[in-house]
Write a protein of this length. Structure first.
Length: 150
């Protein structure tokens, strides 16, 4: 699956020819933006993304293999028609049947990703979420390493 995502960076829409080899006809795909059932609708979703975004890339992969169920963590970099590119950490769970993925669940911070295209909006978003949900500032302490979300 990682090779497919890496190929998307280079071949873009042409890489979609691999979908029938990787996914079942009855694929169920879930993410923060959409739910898609069936290979044809799943493919249309990819086609829309490539037609809509100036940039759509995947990098920094980590695979957690459980054979029939596995997770792939990566960074998705998207640039819409306006604003700067947004890099969003993604966790994707793949469930396999007969050697193909029949269910994929992608997790990412949709609102934070969109807010990140404009720095003041992202800072406001981080401030509000940190204050309301964690009771503190968005960054506290002495960093020993770079914050991957900033």
């Amino acid at each position: 699956m990682q090779r497919f995502y890496e190929r998307l960076n280079v071949d873009r829409e042409r890489a979609l020819e691999e979908l029938p080899d990787l996914y079942t006809d009855d694929i169920a795909f879930f993410c923060p933006m959409e739910t898609r059932y069936g290979l044809a609708t799943f493919k249309r979703s990819w086609e829309f993304a490539f037609a809509s975004y100036k940039m759509f890339e995947f990098h920094d992969f980590t695979l957690v293999d459980g054979s029939d169920n596995f997770a792939l963590f990566y960074t998705m970099k998207v640039q819409m028609r306006v604003g700067r590119p947004m890099e969003t950490p993604v966790g994707a769970l793949f469930r396999v049947r007969d050697g193909k993925c029949h269910e994929q669940i992608d997790y990412w911070d949709n609102v934070g990703g969109v807010a990140s295209i404009w720095v003041p909006a992202f800072r406001g978003y981080r401030w509000a979420v940190s204050k309301l949900l964690s009771g503190g500032r968005s960054v506290e302490g002495t960093p020993g390493r770079m914050d991957p979300i900033r």
